[in-house]
Design a protein around this ligand. Structure first.
Ligand code: UGY
Ligand code: MN
Length: 265
C-alpha cells in the first residue's frame, strides 16, 4: 500500500517522507520533486514565495526558481540588474512592464526574455495567484554581436519543429534558434508515447529542466529516475542523459541550455 492511501487524523502527516522521496543530488545532476523544495523570500518581491531549484550553490552556472505570487504580489518595485532573465507563466495571469513601455498581460504559457540591465516589474493580475518559472544567468557578450532585445510571447505562437526526424517528437524554441546574440536556449521538447532519444547524450552544455506535462523515465549518469509534471532536474556538463515518456499522453518539458559560446579556461 502507498502511504498516500492511509487515512490520517487532521494535522497528522502520513509516513513515507523518506521511503518515497525521489529527490536526488549528485555531483553533476539533481532531481527536485516540488514537495521538498523549501520557501525563500526576497526583498525585491512582495507576497511572493521563491522556491530556488538550480543555483551556483548546486554547481549550476545559472539560477532557476518558481515564483509563487499571491494575489496582489510580485516585484515590490521595478528593478534592473546585471543578469538576463526568462519568465514563463505556469499558472495564473501576470502583468509585465519593461522599462517605460505599456504593461503587457501574460497568461499560462506566456513568457518573456529580458536582456541584462532591463528594468522590469512583474505582478499578478486581478484577484488570483500566479506561478511563474524564472531563470537568470549572467550574459556572455561576444564581439561582433549585439545584446539581444527583450521578447514577449507565448507558447501558442511558437512553431513546432522536428530536428532529427524521429517520430513523435517536437521542439518549440522560445528564443530565436541559432541566433548568436543569445548564449542560452529555452526549448520545449515534447514526446509522444513510444518515442525517445536516438542515443544517450553526453555534452558540455548544462540543463535546467521543468516537467510541464506527462511523465517518464530519465537516465542521468548511470541511474534511471521516474519523473513527472512539476519535477525539476538539473543536468551539469557531461551528464549522460536520455528520456522516454511513460503513460498514454504526451510528455513535455521546458529545457534551458547554454549555447553559442566557446569553452572558458
Ligand atoms: O538539446 C538537448 O540537449 C536535449 N536533447 N537534451 C535533453 O532533452 N536532455
Ligand atoms: Mn541535452
Amino acid at each position: 500500500m502507498h502511504p498516500q492511501h492511509l487515512t490520517m487524523p487532521p494535522g497528522h502527516i502520513r509516513p513515507g517522507a523518506f521511503g518515497h522521496n525521489r529527490g536526488v543530488v549528485k555531483g553533476n545532476y539533481a532531481i527536485m520533486p516540488p514537495e521538498g523544495v523549501m520557501d525563500s523570500y526576497l526583498p525585491t518581491y512582495e507576497r511572493t514565495v521563491v522556491r530556488f531549484l538550480a543555483a551556483p550553490a548546486l554547481g549550476a552556472k545559472f539560477a532557476q526558481a518558481i515564483l509563487e505570487m499571491a494575489a496582489g504580489g510580485g516585484t515590490r518595485n521595478a528593478f534592473a540588474d546585471a543578469v538576463q532573465r526568462v519568465f514563463y507563466v505556469l499558472e495564473g495571469r501576470v502583468t509585465l512592464q519593461i522599462e517605460d513601455q505599456a504593461p503587457v498581460e501574460l497568461g499560462p504559457d506566456g513568457y518573456c526574455y529580458l536582456p541584462p540591465q532591463t528594468r522590469f516589474a512583474l505582478r499578478t493580475l486581478g484577484e488570483a495567484p500566479a506561478r511563474v518559472l524564472g531563470l537568470k544567468k549572467p550574459y556572455r557578450a561576444v564581439e561582433g554581436y549585439d545584446v539581444p532585445e527583450a521578447i514577449v510571447s507565448s507558447r501558442s505562437a511558437l512553431e513546432k519543429v522536428n530536428h532529427n526526424g524521429t517520430e513523435g517528437r517536437t521542439w518549440e524554441h522560445l528564443l530565436p534558434y541559432g541566433d548568436f546574440r543569445f548564449d542560452i536556449e529555452m526549448n520545449i521538447l515534447s514526446f509522444a508515447p513510444g518515442s525517445h532519444f536516438p542515443d544517450v547524450e553526453t555534452h558540455i552544455m548544462e540543463h535546467g529542466l521543468y516537467m510541464l506535462e506527462g511523465q517518464g523515465m530519465y537516465l542521468l549518469g548511470s541511474d534511471w529516475h521516474e519523473t513527472w509534471a512539476g519535477d525539476f532536474i538539473w543536468m551539469g556538463p557531461y551528464c549522460p542523459q536520455l528520456f522516454y515518456p511513460t503513460g498514454w499522453s504526451r510528455s513535455a518539458y521546458l529545457l534551458y541550455k547554454d549555447v553559442n559560446r566557446d569553452v572558458e579556461f
